[in-house]
Design a protein around this ligand. Structure first.
Ligand SMILES: Nc1nc2c(c(=O)[nH]1)N[C@H]1C(S)=C(S)[C@@H](COP(=O)(O)OP(=O)(O)OC[C@H]3O[C@@H](n4cnc5c(=O)[nH]c(N)nc54)[C@H](O)[C@@H]3O)O[C@H]1N2
Ligand SMILES: Nc1nc2c(c(=O)[nH]1)N[C@H]1C(S)=C(S)[C@@H](COP(=O)(O)OP(=O)(O)OC[C@H]3O[C@@H](n4cnc5c(=O)[nH]c(N)nc54)[C@H](O)[C@@H]3O)O[C@H]1N2
Ligand code: SF4
Ligand SMILES: [Mo]
Length: 667
């Protein structure tokens, strides 16, 4: 039979944003592969997306609107038409708005799809409605804040820069699982002799890539960075010319921030041997072009923003920015395409209440004036991914909470819905994608028709707008119209020809100015070790929150899933196996626990079953689990039954790794 190939883009929350080739036979996607013409990902995909068609055509896909017919959470539903589902939602919302005001409605969304339109279009609808707003800070807000407090809006280094580095620090990033195309660049640098250090809380799978591994005590990386800077300044290895010309506040920083972070003190705080501190500091200072790739893990602590702020000072001390191959890459947030035209802040009649997404449990059970009476969840699975699961589930069980979930699958969140709306997969709707790991932008058209009655996020908001009697012509536009406006808004960055290429679905890479790495977009025009805009103008080490329990709990990503996505896939679940808890062999001995026995990790918030794996790759006092499971397939709570709703020092982000537990054997 005749087959054709169309381009698409991976929609998931992953820095790589791979270009896809979708092979179609009679409107059916039969094979998904990498697009060799994509400038960054160049034709390879991760194991999750290599069979994306299995997700798209999964027998578990939701294909029609459903109305709850049993107890909340029982998973019993009956099919209804779209007309009935939408009418029920808008009627209920109108009643609730009359009684409580529109802020009684809380939208909850995050990153099921990273497409600019489908990810953000709900904001325009809820702004117009006057609903509560959601602070979408679960992932990397503190990391972004820490970077910006030193570098402002300076453009991040291109990911190819690392190929020319001779000393690479992979800092709090399990890149072999989460950023595989960047790893390819690191491998290339290694071929040319680069030395790779990994700084993490345990020997992650990425340790395979590293020449040296430093296991740091969770939440103490700020002290580590201060210690490294102390040593290199003690040795007089700072780049004084660079500091004089391009950096604000080095003398004050030297005197007040790094002076008393001696190797002895830092070793005590971080658990790292003095000799290792000295070795890394000297290698970093003497490298021709040192490069740091900074992950988000270390920013998800009570001191997360400050930790990132301190680490971001490091390259300035050695003038890494002026060297081809040097710098620090945390995240690429190109301002080339703004989402303003789909967020429509101008629809807000007055500033509405903001609810933090990391405190959903609190919002559903304790918030008043007005209480949350309706929750609308789309492209997120808060019952599994958000902290303090038990309090969230308590909220979701409330009989008086009207919950609507727009989803592709029967997730743990969807189980608690009063109404479920079926969502399209990325092959069934159009969008425009920018990446946070490269400077490539790409549009993807819909390449197959929607499965069953599934609809895209924007198409549902259009129906809701009509049913809520919104008159704005804005809500009559097609997804294509919105994409065209976004592309148009990039005219100061992209030429006419580039915009045409983009409209036709080709990947387009932003051309960076030759001096972009040395153009510091801060208020002072310099790198701001001293930042007078900050409540504390100089960075200082602060401690993480911690808990009163013996083990720090790391819940890191897994190669075979992405947050709670891909749990629908039998093939990937088989590889992911089960929820293991990795523990140091000596800790297990002291606790009288055996390899592969069932254990319970617990703290004051909850308890979760795991299969114990004893190992020497995890230091004492730390336990690790990799990947999130649906409660339904793991038959236990999500690891987030243990995490807390506490927020970071700045930017109100999550503190998902700043949590301690105890462990015991048992059913
Ligand atoms: N303990 C712990 N918790 C974590 C993390 C961790 O490392 N440890 N990681 C955190 C991080 S970094 C993040 S970013 C968050 C992520 O949290 P979420 O953004 O909630 O991510 P997912 O679990 O992938 O859930 C996305 C859901 O969106 C659905 N979906 C996909 N496409 C569409 C669409 O087009 N429309 C609609 N309506 N639905 C769609 C998918 O089926 C999926 O169920 O989780 C956080 N939670
Ligand atoms: N396969 C796969 N890919 C993914 C995801 C996934 O779940 N699976 N998630 C996606 C998402 S939403 C995101 S945000 C990105 C995240 O990608 P990155 O931000 O690059 O971070 P991760 O690779 O998640 O790794 C976080 C690491 O931080 C470590 N860590 C925790 N606490 C500390 C600490 O105090 N100090 C140090 N030094 N390290 C610490 C953890 O052990 C873990 O190895 O990856 C994306 N890609
Ligand atoms: S999840 Fe990441 S690595 Fe995998 S295909 Fe998507 S963008 Fe590429
Ligand atoms: Mo994330």
């Amino acid at each position: 039979m005749h087959s054709e190939v169309k381009r698409s883009v991976c929609p998931y929350d992953c820095p790589d944003t791979c270009g896809l080739r979708v092979e179609l036979i009679a409107d059916k996607a039969v094979r998904v592969s990498g697009d060799p013409e994509h400038p960054f990902t160049r034709g390879t995909l991760c194991p999750k997306m290599a069979h994306y068609e299995r997700t798209v055509y999964s027998p578990q896909r939701l294909t029609q609107p459903l109305l709850r017919s049993g107890e909340k959470g029982s998973g019993q539903f009956r099919a209804v038409t779209w007309d009935e589902a939408i009418a029920r939602i808008s009627n209920r919302w109108k009643e609730l708005i009359d009684h409580f005001g529109a802020e009684t409605i809380l939208p909850y969304s995050y990153a099921g799809t990273m497409g600019i339109v489908q990810r953000n279009c709900g904001e325009s609808f809820f702004n117009r409605l006057g609903a509560s707003r959601l602070a979408r800070t679960i992932c990397s807000a503190a990391k972004g804040y820490g970077w910006a407090s030193v570098m402002g809006e300076t453009l991040a280094p291109h990911p190819d820069e690392v190929k020319r580095s001779d000393l690479i620090i992979l800092w709090g990033t399990n890149a072999l699982a989460t950023n595989i195309h960047f790893v390819r660049n690191v491998r290339e640098a290694k071929k040319h002799g680069a030395v790779v250090w990994l700084v993490d809380t345990y020997e992650t799978p990425t340790a395979k890539l590293a020449d040296k591994v430093l296991c740091v005590r969770p939440g103490s990386d700020g002290a580590l960075a201060l210690g490294l800077m102390h040593i290199l300044v003690r040795e007089g290895l700072q780049d004084q010319k660079f500091l004089d010309d391009y950096v604000q506040g080095f003398q004050a920083f030297r005197k007040e921030c790094i002076n008393d972070f001696s190797p002895q003190k830092v070793s005590q705080i971080t658990g790292i041997e003095i000799s290792q501190l000295e070795e890394l500091a000297l290698q970093y200072a003497r490298a021709r072009a040192p490069f740091i790739s900074l992950g988000s893990g270390l920013s998800r602590y009570g001191n997360g923003a400050m930790t990132v702020r301190i680490i971001t000072c490091l390259p300035a001390l050695v003038g890494a920015w002026s060297k081809p191959g040097g710098g620090l890459l945390t995240s690429i947030s190109s301002k080339v395409i703004s989402s303003a035209s789909v967020v429509r802040e101008d629809f807000l009649q007055s500033p509405t209440r903001v609810v933090n997404m990391n405190q959903l449990g609190f919002a559903l059970t304790e918030l008043t004036n007005p209480p949350i009476k309706s929750l609308y969840v789309y492209h997120s699975n808060p019952a599994v991914v958000a902290p303090d699961q038990n309090q969230i589930l308590k909220g979701l069980r409330r009989e008086d909470l009207f919950t609507v979930v727009h989803e592709r699958f029967m997730t743990d969140t969807a189980r608690y819905a009063d109404i479920i709306l079926p969502a399209t997969s990325s092959l069934e709707h159009a969008d425009l994608y920018r990446s946070y790991g490269s400077y490539v932008i790409q549009k993807a058209a819909a390449v197959i028709p929607p499965l069953g009655a599934a609809k895209s996020n924007w198409d549902v908001f259009k129906l809701l707008a009509q049913s809520m009697d919104f008159q704005e012509p804005y809500f009559k536009q097609s997804t294509e119209d919105l994409i065209d406006q976004l592309i148009e808004s990039s005219s100061s960055w992209l030429s006419q020809e580039e915009r045409e290429k983009l409209s036709e679905g080709h990947p387009v890479e932003l051309k960076l100015p030759a001096d972009y790495k040395m153009t510091f977009r801060t208020l002072s025009g310099k790198i701001e070790l001293y930042n007078p805009q900050e409540p504390d103008p100089l960075p200082r080490y602060i401690e993480p929150h911690g808990d009163k329990a013996p083990f720090f709990l790391m819940s890191s990503p897994n190669l075979y899933s992405l947050n709670s996505s891909f749990n629908e896939r039998e093939d990937l679940l088989k590889k992911k196996k089960t929820a293991y808890l990795l523990m140091n062999v000596e800790d297990a001995l002291v606790k009288n626990l055996n390899d592969l026995q069932q254990v319970l990790a617990f703290n004051e918030r909850g308890e979760v079953k795991f299969i114990l794996k004893t190992t020497t790759k995890v230091p004492r006092g730390v336990v690790v689990t990799e990947g999130l499971f649906w409660n339904e397939n793991s038959k236990t709570s999500s690891v987030n039954a243990l995490t807390s709703q506490r927020l970071t020092d700045r930017a109100s982000a999550s503190t998902l790794y700043d949590v301690k537990v105890d462990v015991r054997g048992g059913e």
